[in-house]
Design a protein around this ligand. Structure first.
Ligand SMILES: [Mg+2]
Length: 453
């Protein structure tokens, strides 16, 4: 994993120490000596993670963090605040400023690398999602994510896995005021609950009698819980288990004795991250679907069809063996006029369904305009294409289409033009011929198939 780390500290030996540790693990290190320099370096060097000393002259770490996190261009870069040992107040201040994590001085080697690796891994995932989000937005297919994601996580669900009664009560009480908390002392039961519960956060005690780390490892390997943030509760000084936990893929941790403010702040940060990732993923799926399909019928849209046809025509053997079919619903305007647009939409949907039921798997069906549809049929000679067109014509002409409010349904027919594509065809010339055949079918009395060469 090659990542760029920005190390910020006002004391030169501290900078040198962290730089040496990270460089020896092949991280690319850049440095700054105060908050102001740090902000400049963030803009200039685009680091993947920032290690930020809390106490510095000019502009301290808290202020630098706050400014970074309020800049939409840099807010996604993880910040690890480096604070004095066990200064809980500083940690809470850091979380309020938007820091993603903490290290305490003197910085422990193993914790440093585990932390940096885990946050960088997360950032790479987020970068990928953000990039696809931008692609979607540039196609006009998705809205910006930020306005959709409020800071209101009142509906968050948390599973607390702890077999020590007193600790369970404390953890539950701290989270309960904010969220819906389920507490479970048995590891096996917890696993079952976690699978079925769609939790936003799972808090696991490392000191479970049934082995908290093994449980975390299970939770990471199961499809249903792989993305759910895991917050590990470790005994103070139990560095071994903490490092193991981070290696397993635990998202975050708190040390005992648990500070309730810190627990809540960390829990909230993790829930926010999960919700953000989920939102990006949903938007991405929706934008993928929206950018290639027609919302009303679920068939491919014109943009996708022309791209696909262009690919076929770009190869001579593809162009010589493909057929193009254009279908147009007869007198569709009168359906809308007589029965309303809702009825018109029902007809369009039913028409599309009948196309899908009738066509072959290799054919590509799309809605290219109001009541106009196209089938791209690779590896199809004219005879086969005409036979397919005739089947489609009959499929429409047979059963009346179901329309709400019309018990007898609606009789719908269509006219169809068919043409084989040629090696010298462009998308335009191929469509011009198919449209010519369609025009002939309309002129010849509709509800028929015509061909053009
Ligand atoms: Mg300092």
């Amino acid at each position: 994993m090659t990542a760029r780390v920005l190390v910020v500290d006002d004391i030169l030996p501290n900078v040198k120490l962290l730089e040496a540790k990270l460089s020896s693990e092949y991280f690319d290190v850049v440095t700054a000596r105060n908050g102001r320099e740090a902000l400049e370096a963030v803009a200039r060097d685009k680091p993947d993670i920032v290690l930020l000393d809390a106490m510095m002259p000019e502009m301290d770490g808290f202020e630098a963090c706050r400014r970074m996190k309020s800049n939409p261009l840099h807010a996604h870069i993880p910040v690890v605040m480096v604070t004095a040992l066990n200064d809980v107040e500083d940690r809470v201040r850091g979380l309020d400023a938007g820091a993603d994590d903490f290290l305490t001085k003197p910085v422990d080697d193993v914790a440093l690398l585990a932390r940096v690796r885990s946050l960088v891994r997360l950032k790479f995932v987020m970068d990928e999602l953000r990039m696809r989000q931008l692609t979607g937005a540039s196609l006009g297919a998705v809205e910006d994510v930020a306005p959709q994601l409020g800071e209101n996580f009142d509906d968050a669900r948390v599973l607390v896995i702890e077999d020590d009664k007193r600790s369970a009560a404390q953890l539950t009480a701290a989270l309960n005021g904010h969220w819906k908390v389920t507490t479970q002392g048995d590891g096996e039961q917890a696993l079952i609950q976690a699978k079925g519960g769609s939790f936003d956060l799972i808090v696991v005690s490392a000191s479970l009698k049934t082995d908290g780390l093994r449980l975390c490892s299970h939770l990471r390997s199961i499809e249903e819980t792989r993305q759910v943030p895991l917050l590990l509760v470790v005994d103070e000084g139990d560095r071994k288990r903490l490092v193991q936990g981070l290696e397993i893929g635990v998202s975050d941790y708190v040390m005992r004795p648990v500070d309730e403010t810190e627990l809540m702040a960390r829990a909230r940060a993790n829930v926010r991250r999960l919700r953000y990732q989920n939102l990006l993923r949903q938007n991405q799926q929706r934008s993928m679907a929206m950018s290639v399909t027609d919302a009303l019928t679920g068939l491919y849209n014109r943009h996708y069809m022309t791209t696909h046809l262009g690919t076929i025509l770009s190869r001579p053997e593809g162009a010589r063996s493909c057929a193009l079919m254009v279908l147009d619903i007869d007198h569709f305007k009168s359906v809308n006029d007589k029965h309303g647009h809702a009825a018109g939409d029902e007809v369009l949907r039913e028409f599309a369904q009948r196309i899908q039921r009738t066509m072959r798997g290799t054919d590509l069906a799309c809605r290219v305009g109001g009541e106009e549809f196209v089938l791209v049929m690779p590896e199809t000679d004219l005879n086969a294409a005409v036979a397919a067109a005739e089947r489609l014509r009959q499929a429409m002409d047979g059963e009346p289409m179901k329309v709400a409010g019309l018990p007898e349904g609606l009789k719908v027919t269509c006219s169809i033009g068919v043409t084989p594509t040629r090696a010298d065809d462009s998308i335009e010339t191929a469509f011009k011929r198919a449209d010519g055949a369609l025009y002939e079918a309309k002129n010849g009395g509709r509800n028929r198939v015509c061909t053009a060469f």
